[in-house]
Design a protein around this ligand. Structure first.
Ligand SMILES: Nc1ncnc2c1ncn2[C@@H]1O[C@H](COP(=O)(O)OP(=O)(O)OP(=O)(O)O)[C@@H](O)[C@H]1O
Ligand SMILES: O=P(O)(O)OC[C@H]1O[C@H](OP(=O)(O)OP(=O)(O)O)[C@H](O)[C@@H]1O
Ligand SMILES: [Mg+2]
Length: 285
């Protein structure tokens, strides 16, 4: 039986989310920290745990079939690689930041300044586009410390919560790149491997759709049904079932996770009672 070889990060920001997603897709993974190779059961895959920065090359060379990396790495790496699916986790931005006391406010203010970063190609491309020249210093980690050591006037690094900038007395100037985890595909896909990939992508999309939506149930007075159904469009339409008490209906529907609180408020105002909001594990439309 053919197995898809999937490269995941050995340690770091992407590992937990990658393993979690594969488990939600039905791949049984018995992984113990430090293992470099793991076979999955319930789906024919072999997981290789590699350095994040090595994954694009392994995928491009066809040494592995698939990989999960941050899209910012692909921008930096410039290896031509097909993104099969954005994965909606490890979302972050790559931003310029400066000491709180600095008067750098705009892209133009970076002209002829010293910029420390782990992403020199991405920074170079951005500055070139803006017609700005700067002195780029490449540092492989802990970039936020560079201004306090007077190694740089500004940095370009990943920002998520902004805590690291805050702790290092830095101020975000502006982001120039947005990133999230993505599934990337190598070469040498015969029809058997392609079928396995299609199945995996189908499962991933079902999990992502499930995560983005909530199942909502509520009791509605019959007289308010029309208003309540307008608030709840559902996948096709809401499901309506009679309650044991006359004059009341149970209404079931699916709503976008990000709209849940606003919809709950509208439903309460429209007279709904006993509102339940439940997670959806998988959703196939
Ligand atoms: N704070 C963060 N929040 C969200 N995503 C992040 C954050 N930091 C990094 N990432 C994402 O995770 C990816 C891997 O980052 P991580 O710091 O784990 O590895 P690395 O140090 O860049 O690489 P290597 O494993 O080669 O040392 C980044 O390319 C980015 O897409
Ligand atoms: O905005 P925040 O939520 O604080 O996240 C940003 C920090 O996260 C990443 O570092 P990481 O912790 O991965 O350490 P590293 O530099 O060793 O990769 C990134 O390089 C920033 O330093
Ligand atoms: Mg990091």
């Amino acid at each position: 039986m053919k197995r898809l070889i999937i490269a995941l990060q050995k340690s770091g920001r992407l590992q937990e989310g990658s393993l979690e997603l594969l488990k939600e897709c039905g791949l049984k993974v018995d992984y113990r920290n430090g293992q470099l190779k793991v076979f999955t059961s319930d789906y024919p895959a072999e997981l290789l745990f590699l350095r994040n920065s090595d994954i694009p090359q392994y995928v491009a060379d066809g040494v592995v079939d698939l990989g999960i990396v941050g899209s910012n790495l692909l921008e930096e790496d410039e290896t031509p690689i097909e993104i099969v699916q954005a994965l909606n986790f490890s979302k972050c931005r790559v931003s310029f930041a400066v000491p709180k006391t600095s008067n750098i406010q705009t892209a133009q203010d970076l002209h002829e300044k010293r910029i420390a970063t782990s992403y020199p190609n991405s920074v170079r491309k951005y500055l070139l586009k803006e017609g700005i020249t700067a002195d780029i210093h490449t540092i492989s980690g802990s970039v936020e410390i560079a201004p306090s050591l007077d190694l740089a006037d500004a940095i370009a690094d990943i920002v998520s919560t902004g805590n690291t900038l805050f702790q290092n007395n830095l101020r975000e100037v502006f982001p120039f790149l947005y990133s999230e985890a993505v599934l990337i595909k190598g070469k040498n896909f015969n029809s058997e491997k392609q079928a396995l990939l299609d199945e995996l992508v189908f499962r991933i999309q079902s999990v992502l759709a499930g995560n983005e939506n909530k199942y909502i149930l509520l009791n509605a007075p019959e007289g308010e049904l029309e208003t309540i159904c307008k608030i709840l469009p559902g996948m096709k339409s809401p499901t309506i079932l009679p309650l044991a008490i006359e004059g009341w209906m149970s209404v079931h529907s699916v709503v976008k996770q990000k709209e849940v609180w606003q919809i709950v408020q509208q439903l309460k105002t429209a007279g709904a009672e006993g509102i339940l909001v439940c997670p959806i594990e998988k959703m196939v439309s």
